[in-house]
Design a protein around this ligand. Sequence first.
Ligand SMILES: Cc1cc2nc3c(=O)[nH]c(=O)nc-3n(C[C@H](O)[C@H](O)[C@H](O)COP(=O)(O)O)c2cc1C
Length: 191
Amino acid sequence: MIEVIAFNGSPRKKGNTEVLLDAVARGVKKAGGSIDIIRLCDLTISPCIGCGGCSKEGKCVIEDDMTILYDKIGSAQRIILASPIYFYGITSQAKAFVDRIQALWSRKYLLGKGVGKGQSGRKGYLLSVAATTGERVFEGAELTATYFFDAVDAEYSGSLLVRGMDKRGEVSNVADELERAEQFGKEIVGG
Ligand SMILES: Cc1cc2nc3c(=O)[nH]c(=O)nc-3n(C[C@H](O)[C@H](O)[C@H](O)COP(=O)(O)O)c2cc1C
C-alpha cells in the first residue's frame, strides 16, 4: 500500500488548506493508499539556529517534535508539503519545518548518506492556496518546495495550486476544486 504523509503548514483550523487536504485524503483512500496528515501548528518545531551541528552527523542538535518527523519523512513513499501563501511564500510554521530539513540536506550533500529508508521512487507534491489570483503568487512556495523535496530525496512530481480563496474554508463551496483535489490524491497514489 502506498503511504502518503502530508504536512499542513496552515495555522487555521477548518481552513482552505485543511479542506483541500481532506479532499486529497479521500482520493488517496479511494485509490487504495493511506495518508497521515500532520498539522505542523500542533507541534513544537523551533526555527533552525544555523549552528552547523548537523554537518557532523546529519542530526539536528535541537530536541523537539522534529525528531519524530525526520523518521516519518524517511519512511514515506509520497510526501505532501501543504501551506497557504503568506506574503508570497509559505507560512512561518511551514518554513520552520522546511529549514530544519537542513539536517537531511547535510546527510545527503555533506555526508553522502541516504535520506529515504531504502525505497526508490519517493515522490513529493506541493499543495497551496492563495487569496489572490496573480500568475506568480505561488512562485516562492514552488521554489521552496523544489529544494525541500531535493533535500528529502523525493522527486518533485506535481502541485495542487488553488487561487482566489480567502475566507476560512470557503473552498468547501467550490465543487470543482474539491473534485480536482480528490483527483490529485488518486494520482499521487497511482503515480
Ligand atoms: C499573514 C497572511 C499573509 C497572506 N499573504 C498572502 C499573499 O501574499 N498572497 C495571497 O494571495 N494571499 C495571502 N494571504 C491569504 C491566504 O493565503 C488565504 O486566506 C488562504 O486561503 C489561507 O489558507 P488557510 O485557510 O488554509 O489558512 C495571506 C494571509 C495571511 C493571514
